[in-house]
Design a protein. Structure first.
Length: 282
């Protein structure tokens, strides 16, 4: 069999970093795709794509900030065409569970004429320690748009393990996996678990969407991210994802990581200890 030579787009991101670490431990040939690598990769600069693809035959695709944003499908179409042109034989795409707009990008990958696997994920646990919720956790107050819909938060360790399996094993070709955690939590319940584990008083409150968007804009948050938050909280978090799946167990032969396990591990790392300086919500 031909050696897998894997390009990891978003190689320094929440899932890409872990995928790269796992593949390196397995002795696989990888290339991290990011602006600071050599050769560089930049989704906004198509001139960098061919150099990053050269010599590779498999790609793990993550797109920032989300496949649902306006214009993403045009970029994904152009990239998949370039990938096929450069001899790529398989694409593994990270997508968002329940995101109809991301489905357009998924279909582009499916129609590329090469092998593919789609990995749809729920909200990441790691949004609380690597993403936009870390600042509020450190500041002791999480403010989000009003939403009481529970979400089956998923851990990036599970995502990375499923992605690695999908990249390396042909039996996952043509499969779409929906990854969730093993139980449903509201954002308020998740915040309360972190508060208890850290022994800190971390308050939780909500704002109407328009007020929340004004708060983000006042903190110079990019318009694309504000659009995405609006889309996720007003369309995706409508209950369509308020269920758990067993796809993680189906692929890996083990249960998905529970949020409480993630909280215990992360609290022990010390990253949720408050800093001397307040951290902005953005």
């Amino acid at each position: 069999m031909q050696e897998k030579k894997i390009l990891i787009l978003g190689g320094k991101g929440k899932t890409g970093r872990k995928v790269g670490e796992r593949l390196t431990d397995l002795g696989k040939t990888i290339r991290l795709g990011s602006r600071r690598e050599n050769p560089p990769f930049d989704w906004e600069n198509p001139e960098t794509w061919a150099g990053a693809l050269e010599g590779m035959n498999t790609v793990y695709m993550t797109f920032q900030p989300d496949l649902a944003i306006p214009g993403a499908s045009d970029i994904i179409k152009r990239f998949t065409t370039e990938a096929v042109k450069n001899g790529i034989q398989k694409l593994v795409l990270l997508s968002g569970r329940g995101e109809d707009k991301a489905g357009v990008c998924e279909q582009i990958v499916m129609d590329a004429g090469i092998d593919w696997t789609i990995v749809r994920a729920s909200w990441f646990n790691q949004n609380f320690d690597e993403g936009f919720l870390l600042g509020p956790i450190l500041a002791g107050e999480v403010v989000l748009p009003k939403c009481e819909t529970p979400e089956p938060l998923v851990d990036t360790d599970d995502i990375a393990d499923v992605v690695v399996a999908s990249l390396l094993d042909e039996k996952h070709n043509g499969q779409t996996y929906e990854l969730t955690g093993p139980r449903l939590l509201t954002f308020e319940q998740a915040t309360a678990e972190i508060s208890k584990a850290t022994g800190r008083d971390i308050r939780f409150s909500t704002l109407p969407m328009e007020e929340y968007k004004k708060m983000l804009a006042g903190s110079q948050v990019p318009e694309t991210f504000i659009w995405l938050i609006d889309y996720l909280f007003t369309e995706v978090l409508d209950g369509r994802n308020a269920s758990v799946t067993n796809d993680t167990e189906k692929v890996l032969g083990r249960k998905a990581k529970d949020f409480s396990e993630y909280v215990k591990e992360t609290a022990a790392s010390g990253i949720w200890r408050p800093t001397k300086q307040p951290v902005n919500q953005a």
